[in-house]
Design a protein. Sequence first.
Length: 152
Amino acid sequence: MNNKYFTVCGIVEIGGRILLVRHTYGTAKGRILVPGGYVQENEMPSRAVEREIREETGVEARARSVFAVQFKPLQWCIVFTTEYISGRPETDNNENSEVLLLDAEEAVKRRDITNMSREILRSYIRSKNDTLSKSDYTAPSSLPGEYEIYGV
């Protein structure tokens, strides 16, 4: 089950350029954005962003740190920075019609980028290293993989 109220997206930098997708549905239809999507039931947000990036672009990336969090009254979105692992970016021909690698400065100037992705990338240009890193700590009451804390 997907939960439309808990979402993630990930900044993937490959060779100095940012991975973006052109969306095929909803309010972002036809526009480019940072890849991401819904967190599935019982899925950790860091695993969700890795899965979404892989499903949408064929790229393997590892969640590295939390870059930003967006809140709405009934929804949140965690923006992760990621480490590119492998894979050649290509469209899934379903949720997106195109996968792009763009310089961040070029991407924010485009008219076809979503407002949220523009703001994420503007901030990334200014302060890409200002993130909350994942701690190695696991709460005693939790099993490994079922607990994550960032910025501690």
